[in-house]
Design a protein around this ligand. Sequence first.
Ligand SMILES: [Zn+2]
Length: 127
Amino acid sequence: MSSERPTWAPRLPRREIARLYETDARGIVNEDLVNEVGYGLFARCRSVLAVEEAYGERKVQCPSCRAQIRSDPRKDKIISCTACDWSLPWTEFRRTTRRKCLDIGGTPELSQTFKQWQANLKRSQGL
Ligand SMILES: [Zn+2]
């Protein structure tokens, strides 16, 4: 039985975002920096939304097979994937999110904006 822990994208260093703005203001297009900041923010938003879905909508994405799992986030419950053999107690799941600033907090519009952005991206890629 697998009990792999979900992993979350880290916060982007402010200095990287500032550097992107500074180079852009000077008319310099640093593609490596654009990609680093862009993909970093994209990954971070996905992590924030995944955590929001887990606690708010009781949907967890299996870190092993990517299946959507419905689960009650109470302390005594276990998240179990029926598509593979992955499982993890909610107490352990909570530990993976603790002190990582992954809550959407007072910005629920971020969720809607990001979901729209993600849908547009998938549509533009023919997914
Ligand atoms: Zn699974």
